[in-house]
Design a protein around this ligand. Sequence first.
Ligand code: HEC
Ligand code: HEC
Ligand code: HEC
Ligand code: HEC
Ligand code: HEC
Ligand code: HEC
Length: 341
Amino acid sequence: MPKHISRLLVLMVLFGAVAYGAKQYFTVSSYYAYGHYRGDSVAQMASQKPKLMGTAYCAQCHVAQSTAWTGGVHNNPAQGKAVKCEVCHGPAGGRDAVGPFEIASTGPTHPINVKMLIPTDTARLCTNCHERIAGRPAQQPQIVIADHAGTLQCTTCHDPHSPRTIAGSVVAGAVAGDAAAGQAMAAACAACHSAPYKMGPSLAGQNAAYLADAIAAYKAGTRDNPVMRAMVQSLSDANIRDVSAYFAAQACRSAESNETGGTDKAVATGANCIVCHGTNGVARQPAWPNLGGQSKDYLVSALKSYRDGGHKNPQMSAITKDLRDPDIATLATYFAGVGCK
Ligand code: HEC
Ligand code: HEC
Ligand code: HEC
Ligand code: HEC
Ligand code: HEC
Ligand code: HEC
């Protein structure tokens, strides 16, 4: 073979090898995944339905959340209204594994392959369904987000698996004490807890469940106050129930003589107090304290105490953490002003 022909052949083989190598190197591995035409891929991907496993599947392993959900308001199949686990957590079924030319097999499901999403921005998640929108059907419970929650996460107060349950609430009537038996003990408390309320907060007409809770917290030291700790150290659990029942049965007596009628309602609404403590300071659940009737000074000191960590309560700490002293003064003025209702 003439020399120039063999050189040409070598060059052609080299060129072919480089061209093949370049094709292998530059073609993305998913090239044929959706067929020969890239334009088909969008429709094909869209046609892969999420694989939902259903709530019974989750119940096998996540017993606590499933039990709360089953008894909660988001499970109401009778009315065709059920917000199932996968609505919030995403589909648990394995996605289709894609072979070289076609959808070939189904991948393993959660918990092996699919990691479930934990929603962190609940303000956004829950708002999708619960924000008040003109024309949204009335049977879908709706709130005005700014008035109801401000910038707080919905899970600060609502249990996501049983959202009617508000954190920290107890069943009404759980504290059944004997008011008559409590009266004798209450004499020791009168020095500080009766009008004109210069030394301690007003207890008359306060919710019994809240009183019992607060007294137990002083006794255990989880509410840090040396005076009150000493006062209630010797009370038994039964004594606590009785003295709480006694004060709860008294008529509320307002600490402030010059009630302002609760001006500045906008501030209290804006700071989300109303949703738990009511417009007129009457709490919406027996586990929560009424604020109406307390003195401004006490309200200020209690709010600062939650903010600074002396009184500990998850909701009150979250709500007060960003309050400045002037905000606290305004809020205290408002609630002191509503008086007893
Ligand atoms: C076979 C048992 C099993 C089933 C069924 C199951 N899970 Fe899980 N799940 C687990 C295990 C184990 C983990 C912890 C895995 C990890 O830490 O990565 C987990 C973790 C989670 C997490 C938290 C993820 C994280 O990052 O901590 C969520 C949320 C979750 N599962 C939701 C669900 C939902 C919703 C269903 C029903 C559609 C479900 N699971 C069904 C076993 C299961
Ligand atoms: C309305 C939305 C919603 C629904 C429905 C829901 N979850 Fe959750 N789930 C959440 C949110 C939000 C969190 C994060 C909780 C937190 O931050 O305290 C969570 C957390 C979890 C976790 C992590 C552990 C924990 O409790 O923090 C598991 C496991 C879980 N959910 C399982 C389930 C199962 C099982 C179901 C169905 C029976 C379900 N969830 C239904 C919103 C939802
Ligand atoms: C997919 C839509 C959807 C999502 C997401 C959703 N909800 Fe709901 N929620 C509903 C529906 C529908 C009902 C009414 C059920 C009924 O009436 O039986 C309801 C009921 C409620 C209720 C009871 C209202 C009442 O009348 O007492 C509360 C509270 C609530 N949801 C809070 C939440 C919170 C908090 C989240 C976020 C963690 C959330 N929801 C996420 C649809 C949703
Ligand atoms: C500061 C605590 C708090 C926060 C934060 C909060 N809620 Fe509530 N929510 C409550 C309380 C307390 C009730 C019960 C009010 C009542 O019984 O009148 C309630 C009731 C509701 C209801 C029923 C309303 C009705 O008219 O029946 C819905 C729906 C609701 N919340 C959704 C949400 C959503 C969505 C978020 C997050 C954007 C959220 N909540 C954040 C405390 C809160
Ligand atoms: C020497 C004065 C004094 C006496 C006597 C006293 N207390 Fe108190 N009490 C206080 C002060 C001060 C506070 C506010 C403490 C704080 O900020 O934590 C308080 C707070 C309380 C609270 C919390 C109220 C709320 O709204 O959070 C309860 C409940 C209570 N006392 C019950 C009693 C009982 C029951 C007795 C009698 C056995 C008693 N106290 C005797 C001074 C006293
Ligand atoms: C999610 C419901 C909730 C919201 C919202 C809320 N609180 Fe409270 N608040 C509570 C609970 C529960 C306690 C009792 C905590 C404890 O046991 O220490 C409390 C206690 C208090 C106390 C102490 C009362 C006493 O007698 O010692 C004051 C004052 C108070 N809240 C004011 C406010 C103000 C002001 C706001 C608005 C910025 C607010 N709260 C918002 C639930 C709430």
